[in-house]
Write a protein that binds this ligand. Structure first.
Ligand code: DMJ
Length: 608
């Protein structure tokens, strides 16, 4: 791989130069104000074609098969598409259907079911959908308040989240990828999870903590982020897959797309929504490293997280959220260039394939599909919002045309199985209604003189990674950061066997929350002075923490994280050569024994 590196990089550079002409020719004629209104209404029509198709042919199953006009259960068998669509209904001002949908869910949805579900998908689609709809339905100032509503969705969200909590019962704090809603984590559940799967839970769980006054949800998800970040490489990159028990990376390709994408997104958004500077600090480090090692202007590549050696010269369609994130981060120039490059791929095929090879400048073998993803549209909306450059409306219009002519099918919108031949496939992901249509509608409504909750409503909104609206209300955004540096979540039975690695850890106080599902309880170690507890929220400074620990400066290196390939000399990060870690093991007798040990980082031949 190392010998190939200069050749591949030269190829990429050459292709980038050649592609500039290709990229910049694709921008179309301007969209007029009147056209923007028409396009907004056309997008409403798209929403209802798909939503009604789902309600008529698939509801209450999870998703619609839009060619055969049937339903299918793809997550938990609990009306996924309806839940994912709730806040889009509210955004479109459809009070009747928003109300009837909330009422149906309040009466009929239950989570005490024997289903093993993805923690990540359930959190971003179901938990996020319920919470955003709750915040809309319960608030006069949204114009969508439902008079008879009595917090039913919030209770459902809390019940669901408690059923997800057993997933966090791991030595690293990084959760299992799946959990059974009735029985907890299955015995044979895989211990490998993706970085995005473990690190994209903070917004939904954090909002729930602040609405219920129970810090446990915020604590476990923040702890998961710390668990991942503590295992970053010396050059501040994270890999794609990790073992949640050993903390070892099982897939060391670093990138901004597949398996990692929303990890970056939630670092910045958790800071913006909660004002928690720890997330900002981590984001700055992580973002700096991504721009340094992954950015080959205007594209992004995947590299080995330790050596920064090029692994995949690939654009994957999940990367397309990045320019939108850069707008939020205030880094607009590279966002503009990258968006233009990504859109050139869309323009070439009419859709973006899941993978596009930057060395051969062609669709990556085996990654030819377009499953109605929103990411490019999301970034188009953000760039239009930031620049008001009409070319983003042209982009939006092109995307609408592609969807209308290529993806619209009998009962909804179809996945495109192959972007080169535009073959349709009988599936419609719920995120088409939660995100793809939502961002298109927001784009044109913004151009037409916005009249919607997001642009003119009472609060600023953060979009979750599933496009759900999370308002910056005082209750959500002004709560103080919870004091926590060891928020492991444990089952009682596991207290004996557990062993947790805590960097530079000190233990002082502990508090125990006994609110669980069945025999489950939550154990939180929280060291602080002068702490106060208000409405169940623990507040306080954390003097027991070192500066490094508070801000994620230290990292845990397992022997196999150290590469024979030295990272580039101008690397970002502290590059400490010796790590001191404290292993906290939980004994039979309650109190914890603390074993300090010093690990020397050892050199090892890298496997990539
Ligand atoms: C959505 O579920 C979310 O946007 C997630 O972060 C990534 N995948 C899909 C959309 O592509």
């Amino acid at each position: 791989m190392r010998d190939m590196k200069p050749r591949i990089e030269f190829l990429i550079t050459l292709i980038l130069i050649i592609s500039q002409g290709f990229i910049f020719r694709v921008l179309a004629e301007g969209v007029t104000f009147e056209e923007a209104k028409q396009l907004r209404d056309e997008v409403s029509g798209m929403f209802y074609h798909a939503f009604n198709g789902y309600m008529d042919h698939a509801f209450p199953r999870d998703e619609l098969k839009p060619l055969s006009c049937e339903g299918e259960d793809t997550l938990g068998g609990y009306a996924l598409t309806l839940i994912d669509s709730l806040d889009t209904l509210a955004l479109l001002g459809d009070k009747d259907r928003f109300t009837s949908s909330v009422e149906w869910i309040s009466k009929n949805l239950r989570f005490d079911i024997n289903k093993t579900v993805s923690l990540f998908e359930t959190t971003i689609r179901i938990l996020g959908g319920l919470l955003s709809a709750h915040l809309i339905a319960s608030d006069y100032s949204t114009g969508m308040r439902i008079p008879s509503y009595d917090d039913e969705l919030l209770h459902l969200a809390e019940d669901l989240a408690r059923r997800l909590l057993p997933a966090f019962d791991t030595p690293t704090g990084i959760p299992f990828g799946s959990v059974n809603l009735l029985h907890g984590v299955d015995e044979n559940e895989s211990k490998i999870t993706s970085t995005a799967g473990g690190g994209t839970l903070t917004l939904e769980f954090g909002v729930l903590s602040r609405l219920t006054n129970d810090p446990i949800f915020e604590q476990v998800t923040k702890n998961a982020v710390r668990g991942i970040w503590a295992r970053r490489s010396k050059i501040n990159l994270v890999g794609a897959h990790i073992d949640v028990f050993t903390g070892e990376w099982t897939q060391k390709d670093a990138g901004i797309g597949t398996s990692i994408d929303s990890f970056y997104e939630y670092l910045l958004k958790a800071y913006i929504l909660f004002g928690d500077e720890e997330f900002l600090y981590i984001f700055q480090e992580a973002y700096g490293a991504a721009m340094h090692y992954l950015f080959h202007d205007p594209w992004y590549v995947e590299v080995n997280m330790n050596s920064a050696a090029l692994v995949w010269p690939l654009f994957n369609s999940l990367q397309a959220f990045w320019p939108g994130l850069q707008v939020l981060a205030g880094d607009i120039d590279p966002a503009i260039r990258t968006h233009t490059a990504f859109f050139s791929v869309w323009k070439r095929y009419g859709f973006t394939p899941e993978g596009f090879n930057l060395a051969s400048f062609s669709v990556q073998h085996g990654q030819k599909s377009y499953p109605l993803r929103p990411e490019l549209i999301e970034s188009t909306y953000w760039l239009y919002k930031a620049t008001r450059d009409p070319r983003y409306l042209d982009v939006g219009r092109d995307i609408v045309s592609s969807l209308q002519y290529g993806a619209r099918c009998t009962c909804g919108y179809c996945h495109i199985a192959d972007v080169e031949f535009h073959k349709q496939e009988d599936h419609m992901e719920s995120f088409f209604l939660a995100e793809t249509v939502k961002y298109l509608w927001l784009l044109f409504d913004l151009a037409a003189g916005p009249d919607n909750l997001v642009e003119n409503g009472p609060y600023k909104y953060i979009f979750s990674t599933e496009g759900h609206l999370l308002p910056m209300t005082p209750r959500i955004s002004l709560a103080h950061e919870h004091c926590l540096y060891f928020g492991a979540y444990c089952k009682n039975s596991n207290l004996r066997a557990g062993s947790f690695i805590l960097k530079y850890g000190h233990q002082t106080n502990s508090s125990r929350f006994q609110r669980g599902v069945g025999s489950t309880s939550y154990v939180t170690q929280c060291g602080f002075q002068k702490s106060t507890s208000t409405s169940g929220i623990i507040k306080g400074l954390c003097p027991g923490l070192s500066h490094e620990q508070m801000y994620g400066l230290s990292y845990v290196a397992s022997p196999d994280m150290v590469s024979e390939d030295e990272p580039p000399t101008d690397h970002i990060g502290n590059g400490a050569g010796q790590i001191q870690s404290v292993v906290v093991s939980v004994s039979d007798h309650g109190p914890m024994e603390v074993h300090e040990h010093v690990e020397k980082m050892t050199n090892r031949t890298e496997d990539q």
